[in-house]
Ligand binder design. Structure first.
Ligand code: THU
Length: 138
């Protein structure tokens, strides 16, 4: 399969995941699909809470599912977001918290972030989105 087909496939997984978003407060649904080196895909959607701070972004839900299943090698994440019932037209990039969280589990320059604008895929690396990332060293 070629690169464009793979990106489209991962974005479609993110769109499927979006359908499960629990967003009674913002009404903004996000789906994410995280691809592992072995080819497995972990989906996530955003899950909001009435007390706000425990709300979870789609990307971190997908990452937590994968990490908790023992996954360690990640290749890419696709993200689709839009208001409930609408198709995603604007790109949906990961928020700052998700960028930092993802950065601790991937090589920044080798991890691809995929989103789309008006039906066309956009790709960049996590390094593009999080230059000079905070690195914790003991
Ligand atoms: N959200 C995500 O799930 N991922 C992002 O990258 C940006 C924001 C969620 C959080 C909240 O439930 C809703 O979108 C509106 O901010």
């Amino acid at each position: 399969m070629d690169k464009k087909t793979d990106e489209k496939k991962l974005l479609n997984e993110a769109k499927e995941a979006r359908k499960n978003a629990y967003v009674p407060f913002s009404g903004f649904t996000v789906g994410a699909a995280l691809l592992t080196k072995s080819g497995k895909i972990y989906r996530g959607c955003n899950i909001e809470s009435s007390v706000m701070s425990p709300s979870l972004c789609a990307e971190r839900v997908a990452l937590a599912k994968a990490i908790s299943e023992g996954e360690k090698d990640f290749v890419a994440i696709a993200i689709a977001g839009a208001l409930e019932g609408e198709t995603s037209k604007e790109p949906c990039y990961p928020c700052g918290v998700c960028r930092q969280t993802l950065s601790e589990h991937v090589k920044l320059s080798a991890f691809t972030v995929i989103t789309e604008e008006n039906g066309k895929e956009i790709t960049c690396t996590l390094e593009d989105l999080l230059p000079n990332a905070f690195i914790f060293e003991k």
